[in-house]
Design a protein around this ligand. Structure first.
Ligand SMILES: O=P(O)(O)OC[C@H]1O[C@](O)(COP(=O)(O)O)[C@@H](O)[C@@H]1O
Length: 377
């Protein structure tokens, strides 16, 4: 039998004994939900939904860890083994995308009758929960939007990925269907994400602050490890895909040059040095920014004038979380959550981060303007 690595210190290092690694006394996610829904009764209809989404994220966490060893890796195929067509994003779906989409669909539609309809990054159109679950009647006062696996390409190289979701009130006024989803981010009542990384973390806002929970891999349950999360007012992180630098607009290039050469300006006028980071999964980069302060950015480029990040199920939920934690979410010219949506899969230039960092970026965009020559940057 293999020796317990924590039972002795054969390496000579002072390895802590098992008895020193006792569990912290932390509140469970379900207990947190119970208390929050008692304090804010308007959230009570969503209690079961949040609980089911947390369970779904725990399941996805396990799927992600098994992606390389089990048959859930690679391109998705149909019943007869044929490769599926590209999805509405022009991307070939991976098996993991398909499986995780199904898990999230069932969490939202199968856990209670609170959610009436869902829209996913992985599906062309929004769907009624009655259609998802094969029921007859559509009930529910809310609609949910989600990206089941954000940054799925990262799985190939064992890097972090995430899940993002947001919930709106169901507007039953015409136009029906997709129209019920086309609400500004300011209308969102709750948002969250799960990050599958060194630890699996679930971050949630119900519009009254932000709380974070860590998945205990032994108990398969989330625990309240990050109460009342607050983003620093200013931070050093600069998270952009700088490989795209030459395709970005002059003001964004000017901003990047400025923070790298002159540092980041704090509200008291002092400066801090910039520190570049880029995981390539929005959830991972934005979580890093939430914890340490700074700015995540995916601006428009020559080939993608609105950038790559999807307004409804990526930018808006993340912007709500950042704002609720004391930060900001901007298009470079204004608040992301004020953007009027016109379609479910639309993209929007996305900047998420600390207020001082976002302020400096918006100042640059205003000062240099969109039409300036590249060399003036
Ligand atoms: O590889 P790029 O162009 O830097 O794109 C990375 C960005 O694309 C995203 O992965 C979104 O795309 P997916 O949801 O399709 O994976 C973001 O999470 C990430 O910030």
């Amino acid at each position: 039998m293999e020796a317990d690595p924590l039972s002795s210190s054969s390496s000579g290092w002072n390895v802590p004994y098992k008895s020193h690694l006792e569990k912290k006394k932390l509140r469970t996610f379900s207990r947190f939900l119970e208390v929050q829904c008692w304090k804010s009764p308007e959230m009570a209809p969503l209690e079961q939904t949040f609980a089911a989404v947390a369970q779904a994220c725990a399941q996805i966490s396990r799927m992600v860890q098994r992606a390389q060893t089990d048959d859930i890796y690679g391109v998705a195929t149909g019943k007869d083994g044929e490769q599926l067509e590209e999805n509405v994003q022009g991307e070939v779906q991976q098996k993991l995308d398909v499986v995780c989409n199904e898990i999230m669909l069932r969490a939202f539609c199968g856990s209670s009758d609170s959610i009436a309809a869902v829209a996913s990054e992985e599906e062309d159109d929004a769907r009624l929960c009655s259609a998802v679950m094969d029921n007859q009647v559509t009930v529910g006062d809310y609609v949910a939007v989600f990206d089941p696996i954000d940054g799925s390409k990262n799985v190939d190289s064992s890097l972090p990925v995430g899940t993002i979701f947001g919930i709106y009130k169901y507007k039953r006024t015409p136009p029906a269907g997709t129209g019920s989803f086309l609400q500004k981010g300011t209308e969102m009542v709750a948002a969250g994400y799960a990050l599958y990384s060194a630890t699996t973390v679930l971050v949630l806002t119900m519009g009254n602050g932000v709380d974070g929970f860590t998945l205990d891999p032994d108990k398969r349950e989330f625990f309240h490890t990050h109460p009342d999360m607050r983003i620093p007012a200013c931070g050093p992180l600069v998270c952009f895909n700088e490989g795209l630098f030459n395709t970005m607009s002059p003001p964004i290039r000017a901003y990047l040059k400025q923070v790298k050469t002159a540092g980041i300006v704090k509200s008291d006028g002092t400066k801090i040095a910039a520190s570049g980071r880029y995981v390539g999964a929005l959830v991972a980069d934005a979580h890093n920014v939430l914890i340490n302060g700074g700015l995540y950015g995916y601006p428009g480029t020559v080939t993608k004038p609105n950038g790559k990040i999807r307004l409804m199920y990526e930018s808006n939920p993340m912007a709500m979380i950042l704002e609720q934690a004391g930060g900001a979410g901007s298009t470079g010219k204004g608040r992301i959550r004020e953007v009027e949506p016109t379609e479910i899969h639309q993209r929007v230039p996305t900047f998420l981060g600390s207020v001082d960092n976002i302020f400096e970026l918006e100042q640059c965009v205003q000062y240099y303007g969109e039409d300036d020559e590249a060399d003036s940057a």
